[in-house]
Unconditional design. Structure first.
Length: 432
């Protein structure tokens, strides 16, 4: 595929037809294992002398097409599909950081990622140092000799203030530290590799799949970070790995291309921790990706209309949307990174606080009350009592969640029907 247009790549990248049957649709390879041609062939696969199918926990032909397609859309060199977005977030960090190491992360995170970093990874000996992304230099100040990665969300859920990708990526590269970007909320709207990021990850459950049917995650290697030039900064890729006969991944991967990061993740973390993506889910996510460009345009259009409408409602004290940030720096970043659409998320705060937020949720009729984003349907949730409820009040406020905050993931229904349901819910919540 020579095309660089996402509408075309979403339909054609990584696949033409099945070699055995000439089927055009990607088959669901529902198998655990693969027949080796010979003992020599099997030994070569296990020794990484050649790439090929060994066991579906590590690789699968249906997942392989998904990996190639997402890598093509992002402008990366390779990808790894895993069982969930949470697994993608964890693996992205664990692939570089060991006990005693740290990462510097934006405070503006999805609640599940904050909990993963602040508690679960801490229990594994990996420290997450949270800094305010409105000041990119905060990443530099939090860096020390054991910092292995920077981490952020492109369009953070729920704060929705665009992250300064290029600024922080440049700081990281001066130290030999890669920037890992969670691009879940902004597929096709932003390509973080174009701005200096080294790794991109997705919860494919959201916009990539788009229909609320399948849990999945993807990590993409940009192939644009020279791991071997930073041996002391990146020991996970530059020291012998005893789990693979002493392989030094920055060197071992060179015959295969600039894929040291993703190769290590596949043959160590995925092999050992075992969070593979099911072939059926890979197939369903591929179906969603085929219409991703169309849906992102409609999500962005409808969401901006909803944001503007909410700003006119007296019950709403604040609208949280990239086009509605009053801060000049935030507005400049929105214009720079999201010139073709601001995504499908909008938040708002109600004057009545938590009680008003819950009353609004209970009054919705068409809009679904679910803990997800990115569906074709419009979804709503009250984060303080659900997705961010395990965080302390201070942690909630750091991530952008106030007691009266309501998050909408605006779907592709007719805008009149979306506004009608939101309007009647606001009216009923206000009257309660």
């Amino acid at each position: 595929m020579n095309s660089k247009h996402p509408e075309t790549l979403a339909l054609h990248a990584g696949w033409r037809r099945d070699s055995a049957t000439t089927a055009v649709a990607v088959p669901i390879y529902q198998t655990t294992s693969y027949q080796f041609d010979s003992a020599e062939h099997a030994a070569g696969l296990f020794a990484l002398q050649q790439l090929g199918n060994i066991y579906t926990r590590i690789m699968n032909p249906t997942c392989d097409v998904l990996e190639k397609r997402v890598a093509a859309l992002e402008g990366g060199v390779a990808a790894l599909a895993v069982g969930s977005g949470q697994a993608a977030s964890a693996y992205a960090v664990q692939n570089l950081a060991r006990a005693g190491d740290n990462i510097v992360s934006s405070t503006d995170l999805y609640g599940g990622t904050w909990n993963l970093f602040a508690n679960t990874l801490r229990d594994q000996g990996i420290e997450a140092r949270f800094v305010d992304p409105t000041d990119p230099e905060a990443f530099r100040r939090a860096t020390d000799d054991r910092t292995r990665a920077y981490y952020a969300e492109t369009l953070p859920n729920p704060k929705l203030a665009v992250f300064p990708i290029a600024e922080v990526a440049a700081i990281g590269r001066s130290f030999g530290i890669p920037l890992i970007m969670d691009n879940t909320a902004a597929p096709l709207l932003v390509r973080p590799f174009d701005h200096g990021a080294a790794i991109v990850m997705y919860s494919a459950t959201k916009y990539l799949g788009g229909h609320g049917t399948s849990i999945g995650g993807v990590v993409v290697d940009g192939g644009n970070f020279d791991w071997s030039s930073h041996p002391h900064r990146q020991p996970a890729l530059n020291t012998p790995d005893p789990s693979y006969h002493g392989a030094v991944w920055a060197e071992a991967a060179k015959p295969l291309g600039p894929i040291a990061y993703i190769l290590k993740m596949r043959v160590t973390l995925l092999r050992d921790l075992g969070a593979p993506l099911a072939p059926m889910n890979a197939f369903l996510i591929l179906q969603g990706i085929e219409t991703l460009a169309l849906r992102m345009r409609e999500h962005s259009r409808n969401t901006l209309l909803v944001a503007n409408w909410l700003a006119s409602r007296p019950e709403v004290t604040r609208v949280i949307h990239p086009a509605h940030h009053r801060d000049a720096v935030a507005a400049e970043r929105t214009a720079r990174y999201l010139p073709h659409g601001q995504g499908g998320l909008v938040g708002f705060e109600l004057a009545g606080g938590a009680a008003a937020g819950r009353a609004f949720i209970d009054a919705l009729e068409m809009v679904y009350h679910v803990a997800n984003i990115g569906d074709a349907r419009t979804l709503a949730i009250h984060p303080a009592s659900t997705t961010h409820s395990q965080l302390s009040i201070d942690e909630q406020l750091s991530t952008g969640v106030s007691p009266g905050y309501v998050r909408l993931s605006v779907g592709i229904e007719h805008i009149d029907d979306i506004l009608a349901d939101l309007g009647q819910a606001l009216d009923r919540a206000h009257a309660a």
